[in-house]
Design a protein around this ligand. Sequence first.
Ligand SMILES: C[S@@+](CC[C@H](N)C(=O)[O-])C[C@H]1O[C@@H](n2cnc3c(N)ncnc32)[C@H](O)[C@@H]1O
Length: 244
Amino acid sequence: MKGKIFIVGIGPGAREHISLRALEALEEADIIIGYKTYTRLVAGFVDKKKIISSGMRQELARCREALQLLHDGKQVALISGGDPGIYGMAGIMLELIEREKADVEVEMIPGITSCIAAAAILGAPIMNDFAVVSLSDLLTDWELIKTRLECAARGDFVVCIYNPRSKTRTTQIEQAREILLGYRDKATPVGIVRNAMRDDQSRIITTLEKMLSHPIDMTTTIIIGNSKTLVAHDRMMTPRGYIL
Ligand SMILES: C[S@@+](CC[C@H](N)C(=O)[O-])C[C@H]1O[C@@H](n2cnc3c(N)ncnc32)[C@H](O)[C@@H]1O
């Protein structure tokens, strides 16, 4: 029997933010594979016996393990937090399937990505054009990331930042802020959301000037407003230009 892989986005955390198709796939799969933070999130509502968890930076090993199970004819759900196609597991799994010329069925199931979850928590900050930039320079050259930030800042895009700061990568967010300040007022609204849609969710609305005085870590998504973004009633919003 030909194996099938579901590449599943489980959204930011809570079960109610997972799509019905994703829940069906987790049910249908013989095995669920994922990074331990995400397998922990689904462990509450799937059969724990079919879960295989692994640690950070083991993405390739996880995909190889999935491929082996697919060769044995299994149905495998490979899970990603948020959406699997946004800094998730989808690209690497498809590359491996291609490289190995594996004859497997693939179903891609989207999930709510972090900037969408964070935007909903903050108000409506990405009502107009926005750019998503990851500050992780593990796989992308830092000079290129800076160029992308510069272009987004110059184009007056709302900027959503993923992977803003880790224990070892601490200066990138400072440089990113400097680049944005080159084009935007220091009073530009900034939303900082940690652990969106999880038990320990927190949200702060601040400014480009003050954003670094708040906690920022790898569970944080930051949304930097454009030149039109406002704050009212503790909600961040970017008008599209309707005349009210
Ligand atoms: C490797 S990326 C994975 C993104 C994921 N595939 C998505 O679509 O949201 C990890 C980054 O996503 C963001 N992130 C993931 N889950 C989050 C959450 N629940 N709340 C806020 N940010 C989150 C953080 O910026 C984190 O550093």
